[in-house]
Design a protein around this ligand. Structure first.
Ligand code: ADP
Length: 306
């Protein structure tokens, strides 16, 4: 039987400002990147979010479908729009991100008419993946609905994966984020944690926050260093896997998102954790060698997934 994966989150419209002030349109989102790379690696994956009924929402749907990402669980909210951000690049090449996202349709995935249908559908997946950015979208009530949905997934024998993508601006205060991340880690079967995110959130005890789940679930702890390494703690394993050096790091956008996709694809294909980490490194290594989150199909590495 095919394993079905759901990635939950938000994809926004992206406008990159060029030196003459004109704007180049694209779209982007952490969990969407993971869904897209999962699809490219042959995994049956649906992106679960809410969009509006505007032309750009239509374009996003068409683009995701063209990448093989399932769109059957995308809710369409009449009169609403996707979130938007502009990337401004200063004279020294430093990029800054500016957001219009408070009214984005994706924030209402777990509220209003239709939310019950989304929750019921999610409970039927074999693996449900969300990130810290996903958590920041929904507010207390939405997060509680998501947590309950994750319990339903697990009660049916499915698994839950959580990636600690922490973006401070998505949270009203740090305490809310700390509590939400604690709950999400406690509810997950697979945690992707970056030591940098953990340190920002919890200070020096950051790694302790995730390591307390060792033995209960699988943990992929992404460390620093160049090239970086990951420590994988699974039932019988505690291994550190170094990333191979990447000759020219062009743009690290989507490094962690693509790593998670290849790691999960390899685990779903029955590969042991250390091999899955190597697959993660190989895909992430290719992604950071190219500009943008999504690399050309021809640049996808040939991973041992069968
Ligand atoms: P993010 O901040 O997006 O979570 P990370 O910095 O944790 O990304 O990197 C994710 C993965 O990308 C690493 O585990 C590694 O596989 C790859 N990677 C990132 N930086 C480098 C680098 N300098 N050299 C080689 N691989 C890298």
């Amino acid at each position: 039987m095919t394993t079905r994966v759901a990635c939950i989150g938000e994809c926004m419209m992206e406008l990159s400002e060029r030196p003459d002030g004109s704007l180049l349109r694209g779209y982007g989102g952490d969990t969407l990147n993971t869904a897209l790379y999962l699809a490219r690696l042959g995994v049956a994956v649906d992106y679960v979010t809410a969009l509006g009924d505007d032309p750009w929402s239509e374009e996003m749907l068409a683009a995701w479908a063209a990448e093989g990402v399932g769109t059957g669980q995308v809710r369409r909210l009449p009169g609403r729009m996707p979130g938007l951000y502009i990337i401004r690049t200063d004279g020294s090449g430093e990029r800054s991100f500016h957001y219009w996202r408070d009214s984005a349709a994706a924030r209402d995935l777990f509220s209003g008419p239709g939310a019950a249908g989304t929750r019921a559908a999610l409970a039927g997946y074999d693996l449900v993946y969300a990130s810290g950015i996903s958590l920041s979208l929904y507010g207390e009530a939405g997060r509680a609905a998501l947590a309950e949905t994750c319990r339903a997934v697990r009660a049916k024998g499915g698994r839950v994966a959580f990636d600690t993508n922490y973006r401070p601006r998505g949270w009203p205060d740090k305490a809310k984020a700390q509590a939400a991340f604690r709950d999400a880690m406690a509810a997950a079967d697979l945690i992707f944690a970056s030591s940098e995110d953990l340190a920002w959130l919890y200070g020096r005890e950051g790694e302790e926050e995730v390591l307390r789940h060792h033995g209960r679930c699988e943990i992929v702890l992404k460390g620093g260093g160049s090239p970086p390494s990951v420590r994988v703690l699974a039932s019988d394993d505690d291994v550190t896997v170094q990333a191979p050096p990447v000759e020219a790091v062009v743009d690290t956008t989507a490094a962690g998102d693509s790593f998670a996709a290849a790691y999960m694809a390899a685990r779903l294909a029955g590969r042991p954790p250390a091999e899955a980490a190597s697959c993660g490194h190989r895909l992430a290594g290719a992604v950071i060698g190219h500009r943008g989150a999504v690399i050309p199909r021809a640049a996808m590495p040939d991973l041992p997934l069968t």
